[in-house]
Structure formats: structure tokens, C-alpha cells
Design a protein around this ligand. Sequence first.
Ligand code: GDP
Length: 304
Amino acid sequence: ESLDKGLEKTKESFFTKLGKAVAGKSKVDDDVLDELEEVLITSDVGVDTTIKIIQRIEERVARDKYLGVEELDKILKEEIAGLLSENNVQDLKDFTLPDVKKPYVIMVVGVNGVGKTTTIGKLSAQYKNAGYNVVLGAADTFRAAAVDQIKLWGERVGVPVIAKGMNTDPSAVAFEAVEYGVKNNADVVIIDTAGRLHNKVNLMNELTKIKRVMQKFVPEAPHDVMLVLDGSTGQNAMIQAREFTKATEVTSMAITKLDGTAKGGVVIGISEEFKIPVKYIGVGEKVDDLQVFNKAEFVDSLFN
Ligand code: GDP
């Protein structure tokens, strides 16, 4: 399975550290819990989430009196799954669009280089395969490369891309893309945006303006504001999530580049801290390397 392959490094690193942490121990005691805390933190689960997980295990130790280290895997798995279930309101099964009046509009945000364009390309392929008409809007007009890249994905996948010249007002592109989508009976319009975090007020104003113009055609738009984060940056992804959730109302997340990184634990920390559903995870550069995030499958892949 590609999820197992995508999480290979995270898994390997986690269990190597965990193995060292419990080496020579027979029961879960304060020492083991201290070590476990370090393992979780260095696996990018995040400090707050780690503390919660440790507390849950402490409660179990107190209740059951004795816990053998050989049970630690199973207990960790249960506690992480429990934590994700409490917080992740949504568990997608596939790439089916919600049942709303067409078109469903997704605005994609995130800083440059995190895999926004790639995720949009992959997502449009999945939607197209599911039988939907897709339109892309190249509203990241600050970088010529960004526009070229989304056009390339459009050609590859076979979906129209609405693009204008460099430095055009991004909201003008969003306006045209949504207009085109309405006129052509599209099922979904996906808008790429520029992710400049260095000026928060600008970012906020720009995103607000993009939203406002699209609402001229589709009052409910955007139905989804998806934040793309690069999982391989670990705690940096967490920081970006804090910044973006302050700048705009983020309604879903996609976490990319989980293949080739040992920092996959960041998905757990992000779901727990933000309580915003992680809808997709990226596990490679190819068109098929986007997966619907399912917490049970994710935890299973980490532990099995
Ligand atoms: P953007 O600037 O946010 O639009 O980022 P891009 O979509 O251009 O992606 C930046 C780089 O990351 C490209 O080389 C992509 O191929 C790569 N990339 C994107 N998603 C993934 C992923 O899930 N796994 C891997 N390994 N690479 C990815």
C-alpha cells in the first residue's frame, strides 16, 4: 500500500527510538514515560500533544497498576487513535465532492514550495477520475513559475486553467475562474493563491478580497479553504498553520511530502492542535500520490 510506503521513514525512526527507550526495561515506569515523551517530541508530534498522550498513558498505568513495556505499542496506538478521533471531525472515504449547488469552490492557501500546485494537480486528477468537471484558477500571479506549473498540470490532467499575466490582481483571476466554472457547468473550481506570509495584513486582505469576488457568482464560495503544509518541515508546518489560521478561516488541510521524511508525527500534532480536518496527505510527486486522510488507516500504517 502506498500509505505504508509513504510513512516508512516516520515509522522506522519512531520504532528505532522507541526500542532504545524501552531497552532493558520490563515495565512502564516514570523513566520509560520520560523517554517516551522525548521520542514523541523528537518525532514532531508537538509538545502539547505529547503531553496529552503521556497523561493518558499515565492514567492507564495508575489504573492498571502494572503495564509491561511489550504492551506500549498497542497502548500508544490506542491513545493516538483515540486522540485523533476526538478531534478530527471528518473522515473522508474517497474523492467525492460534498452535495452542494455547483460549482464547489476550493481556495488553496499555503506558503511557496509546500506542494500547493502539485496537490491541486493531483486533486484535480482524482476529481476528474471520479467523473467531475474541474476548472483551475492560477491566482498565484506573483511568480511566473507558479502559473506555468499549474498550466502544466492542467495539460497533464486535461482540465482547463484560467490564467492571466504576471502580477495581475489575484482576485481578478479568481473572479474569472469562478465565472468560467459557473458558465461551463463545472463541478469544482480550485483556486491556487500566492502564499506570502511575510506580510500578514496583506495576506489577510488579499485572501478576503479573493473570497469576496468569487461570492459574486457563488454566494457560498469558497466552500473549502484548504491549507497545504509541508510535513517534512515538521514544527515549521505547525508554525505556518498558526499563521494562516490567524489570517483566514481555514477549513481543511493537506499535509504533503510525508514520503521521505521521519516527521510524519506532525500530522498527529496538527490534527490535535487545530481541530481542522486533515483531508489529504501527499506521499510522493506523482499524480496518484495523494491520499484521502483516514485516521484509522493512518494510525494502522504507523503501527503495523
Ligand atoms: P508550491 O510552490 O506550493 O506550489 O509547491 P509545488 O507544488 O511546486 O511543489 C514543490 C516541490 O515539492 C515540487 O518539486 C514537488 O514535486 C514536490 N512535492 C509536492 N508534493 C510532494 C509530496 O507529497 N512528496 C514529495 N516527495 N514531493 C512533493
